[in-house]
Design a protein around this ligand. Structure first.
Ligand code: ADP
Ligand code: MG
Length: 315
């Protein structure tokens, strides 16, 4: 909901208030009451609005309004004291996105230029090896290598081009569980346990299920690769108070050194000998296209990846 203004806004009944009664989001997201406190920095910039919503009209009492007011004051002071840091990370993020966009343009050109010759090479290879039985092994190797290059190109494009998912309503649980199941045998073979703790009645999300499963598998595979031998991975899913589904994957693997954590997730950043450095950038791109976020952080002795996706329907 975007009700940005410079004054605090308290709407007890959104269905009757002139600002909100015609907004479709009120009905889609079942917003009954709304509180919004602007965060205005010392130089007069409107940084954003701290807001709270409830499904029921007239649900915020005076005490809750006071709490929100105090929270917005604390946040304003914090931001004023640390604005250098906030502004820097925003500029940095924008710069990185511009870079990815530029690489993206190059990627689609390159994909086309390499993709077409690949198709003819494939055709000729099949023709050349057609009548020679003793060279079947060579044929298999060449075809596998070509497939690897093709996959790499398509991952490259996926990582850098804006993706447009074909969205359908899906039960969150039906998206999460199959991805975990698929990776379980790989995990057990390495002596790694995967535990899953999913909140009851997970909501419905509007997503392209196969894309979100690809993301979860990318993240799980990174966890598997981060654990030398034996270890554990934990998958948790719950709803947060902001109407988002949160999927967290935590592992107790080698962790990510503080010096490189900012680089993780940008195309081609890898610390692995045989890594492509595309898994997390593809994943971030997919989640962004679904209106969500993907964050990576170091926790205790390992790593936690949190995926947030907007909830379509509560159950
Ligand atoms: N769970 C994790 N634990 C430790 N490091 C991780 C984890 N996930 C990602 N990383 C770091 O992020 C880098 C980029 O990951 P990714 O984009 O999937 O590419 P790749 O797996 O091909 O290296 C990895 O090379 C690794 O250094
Ligand atoms: Mg990876």
């Amino acid at each position: 909901m975007n009700l940005v203004g410079r004054e605090p806004l308290i709407i007890n009944n959104t269905l009757q208030h002139k600002l909100t009664k015609d907004m479709s989001i009120i009905y889609e997201e079942k917003v009954g009451s709304y509180l919004g406190f602007p965060i205005i920095l010392h130089d007069g910039t409107l940084f954003g609005t701290l807001c709270a919503i409830d499904t029921v009209p007239y649900s915020f009492d005076d005490e809750e309004i006071e709490i929100m007011k105090s929270l917005s004051r604390i946040l304003t002071n914090y931001l004023n004291d640390n604005i250098g840091l906030v502004a820097f990370s925003k500029i940095e993020e924008e710069r990185q996105l511009e870079k990815v966009e530029a690489i993206g343009k190059m990627a689609s050109g390159l994909a086309h230029e390499i993709g077409n010759p690949m198709q003819s090479i494939k055709g000729f290879i099949q023709y050349v090896f057609k009548d020679s039985n003793h060279n079947k092994d060579f044929q298999r190797i060449v075809m596998n290598e070509i497939t690897r290059v093709e996959e790499l190109i398509s991952e490259f494009v996926l990582a850098t081009q804006p993706s447009s998912p074909v969205i359908q309503m899906n039960n969150a649980i039906d998206v999460i569980l199959p991805s975990v199941e698929r990776i379980k045998s790989e995990a057990y073979a390495k002596g790694i346990s995967i535990t899953c703790s999913l909140e009851d009645h997970l909501p419905i999300i509007n997503v392209e299920a196969s894309q979100i499963q690809k993301v979860i598998m990318n993240v799980l595979r990174n966890s598997l690769e981060a654990i030398e031998q034996e270890g554990s991975i934990r998958v948790v899913a719950y709803r947060d108070p902001f109407h988002f589904l949160v999927i967290e994957v935590s592992d107790n693997g080698r962790g990510i050194p503080a010096g490189i954590i900012k680089k993780v997730g940008y195309p081609f950043f890898t610390t692995k000998d045989y890594g492509t450095g595309l898994g997390l950038s593809v994943s971030k791109n997919i989640i962004r296209a679904h209106g969500g976020t993907l964050n990576i952080e170091s926790v205790g002795n390992g790593t936690k990846v949190s995926i947030r996706l907007p909830i379509a329907i509560e159950k």
